[in-house]
Design a protein around this ligand. Structure first.
Ligand SMILES: Cc1cc2nc3c(=O)[nH]c(=O)nc-3n(C[C@H](O)[C@H](O)[C@H](O)COP(=O)(O)OP(=O)(O)OC[C@H]3O[C@@H](n4cnc5c(N)ncnc54)[C@H](O)[C@@H]3O)c2cc1C
Length: 545
């Protein structure tokens, strides 16, 4: 479908001069957050963005065939961004952002019309677990209580700081009981954790699937703490009023207020290196922008080190590490988007009327092996039995559709290389969307008559739209051993600095990784400001790098 960007700019900003303190590549939320922080520190910055609109994954499209229907084609569920330090530091509410946090945050609806529910209130979540298994509800409470201090005192601060080396981190964790507990649980895989701790198949399936949605590989040891952290996390799913792009517009306003410039429809060809230092960027159109202090890339390592820097300036070891950087181990997303005359009405509402106000809804999840099965199909390039999840944004924000109308979407994890070739999606996408709709109608029969229009977005569409999401990888690099923390994007490279002085990384391929967290940029800002000897009183944490 041809679609128009909501709130985008037709005009292209022309730089006032061609020399800046710093140049940033990519105006996704990470690029914009870094730029706004540096602007507040008094630096003159320019961001180069290949698209006609800034925001990257914070994208909202208006259906050109049906004006007024808005669709959030990438990030929709914002994970508690109102609690992120940059949300306050950059005064996003003053710049127009408004986040909504529905109380019934996630509901897994089973084929027999039951519902496993995650509420913003943990007591209501425990009560819902109890309807499946009393023992699992008690286990949930125990892990929640155990992990609340671990999340608060260890995991949240770790996400908001440049990572420590593995040895230093382990030494620190060993010093406290909470740290030792974290290490002990981490040693498991999420799969082992769930099978060891929980008993009911629906509870197990729900926990594993929900964890998988956060792109954590269930099979891999070292990630066993993720489910406990999920149970204890204060971070709930939120959505942006006016669509996800409204957050991008607020970030842009913060950038502009701090004096930053954003150049749209502008693709870099080369990062300029002189005397061994990054000194600017040459664009595909042949323009040259010079940087007095730094170039920061929010792009993926392939783009940054292999496409944009002369081979001779990238040591063989770095090129090999980049080549080994893995994307998309768990399968990218396929999306079905609907324009509706009325919201989906789930049959299970007869027993659970609260489902009329459910935010994220999971359908098709029947047994505990389904997530591993999805990953196996991804590896084979085949289509698994559908498990899908999504929302009806207009239940909570009527501004995303014409009066009385609605939008809704479902996502499914499907292989990038369908039948061995991503190009297959261009022929098979619409048909798969029909299959998803057929399943959706089994749970919400009113969708037989309520659909006004629909369109799909395939994993290939994602990569075309945002090429940094190689193979449609929404994390811009998988979460797996050797690609997290200090080792993200590769061993020892988690410092946001690179082998070229003056060249920094600030995107999702750096710690703590993808999704709309803004933390790669927040951490990169701390490192950059420290390297430049600049103080930043508004940063919520002390600069410790
Ligand atoms: C279908 C889908 C659903 C998702 N759902 C969620 C969700 O619900 N919640 C969530 O938190 N996350 C979600 N994500 C993930 C989230 O969108 C990303 O992790 C996030 O956008 C990454 O932010 P970023 O700033 O690092 O990169 P991006 O948002 O990708 O921004 C990078 C920017 O760089 C630009 N760029 C790329 N290449 C070049 C180039 N060569 N030259 C110049 N500019 C370039 C891009 O156009 C883009 O503007 C989803 C992603 C997808 C695809």
């Amino acid at each position: 479908m041809d679609a128009r960007h909501k709130g985008g700019h037709d005009d292209v900003v022309i730089g006032m001069s061609d020399t800046y303190d710093g140049i940033i590549l990519g105006a996704g939320h990470n690029g914009l957050i870094l730029q706004a922080y540096l602007g507040k520190a008094g630096l003159k910055t320019l961001t180069l963005e290949r698209k006609a609109v800034a925001g990257g994954g914070l994208a909202t499209l208006e259906d050109p065939r049906h004006p007024g229907f808005l669709h959030n084609t990438h990030a929709f569920f914002q994970r508690a961004i109102t609690t992120m330090p940059w949300y306050a530091d950059l005064e996003l509410e003053r710049h127009g952002a408004h986040l909504i946090e529905p109380e019934l945050n996630v509901a897994l609806i089973t084929r027999d019309q039951r519902a496993l529910e995650w509420w913003t209130d943990i007591e209501r979540t425990i009560a819902s677990f109890e309807t499946f298994s009393k023992r699992d509800a008690e286990t949930l409470r125990r892990w929640h209580n155990d992990f609340v201090p671990i999340v608060r005192d260890i995991l949240i601060p770790e996400g908001r700081s440049p990572p420590l080396s593995p040895d230093e981190r382990a030494a620190r964790l060993r010093r406290t009981a909470a740290g030792r507990r974290l290490m002990e649980v981490s040693a498991l895989s999420p799969l082992e954790f769930v099978h060891q701790e929980f008993e009911h198949p629906t509870v197990k399936a729900g926990l594993l699937f929900f964890n998988g949605l956060r792109e954590v590989d269930l099979r891999v040891r070292g990630f066993g703490h993720h489910i406990a952290a999920l149970l204890a996390s204060p971070a709930k799913a939120q959505m942006s009023r006016g669509g996800s792009a409204a957050v991008a517009r607020a970030l842009e306003a913060a950038v502009r207020e701090s004096g930053g410039e954003i150049r749209l429809l502008c693709e870099p060809r080369r990062i300029l290196v002189e005397g061994g230092r990054a000194v600017g960027v040459e664009t595909a159109a042949g323009e040259v922008f010079r940087a007095r202090h730094f170039v920061a890339s929010s792009l993926n390592p392939h783009q940054t080190f292999l496409d944009l820097i002369d081979d001779a300036l990238v040591p063989r070891q770095v090129r090999d590490q980049v080549a080994r950087f893995q994307y998309n181990l768990l399968a990218p997303l396929f999306a079905l988007n609907l324009n509706l005359a009325e919201p989906p009405r789930y049959e299970a509402r007869a027993n659970h009327p609260e489902l009329d106000r459910a935010f994220m809804v999971i359908l098709g999840l029947d047994h505990v092996d389904q997530f591993p099965e999805i990953v196996r199909h991804h590896e084979a390039g085949t289509v698994p039995p559908t498990v899908m999840w999504g929302a009806c944004p207009t239940l909570f924000d009527q501004s995303q559709a014409p009066a009385g109308r609605h939008t809704a979407f479902m996502w499914e994890k499907l292989p990038y290389r369908l039948n061995g070739d991503p190009g297959t999606w261009d022929r098979a996408g619409a048909q798969h969307g029909e299959a998803m709709l057929a399943l959706w109608r089994q749970y919400a029969p009113n969708l037989r008559d309520a659909v006004l229009d629909s369109f799909v977005c395939t994993p290939l569409d994602t990569e075309r739209s945002l090429p940094n999401m190689r193979e449609g990888d929404l994390l811009v690099g998988a979460f797996t051993n050797g690609q997290v923390g200090y080792d993200r994007p590769f061993r020892g490279a988690g410092t946001y600095r690179t082998h070229i002085p003056g060249l920094y990384l600030c995107g999702s391929s750096s710690h703590p990784g993808g999704n709309i967290t803004g933390l790669p940029a927040y951490n990169a800002a701390q490192v950059l400001l420290a390297d430049l000897g600049l103080k930043a009183d508004w940063l919520s944490l002390p600069v410790a790098v």
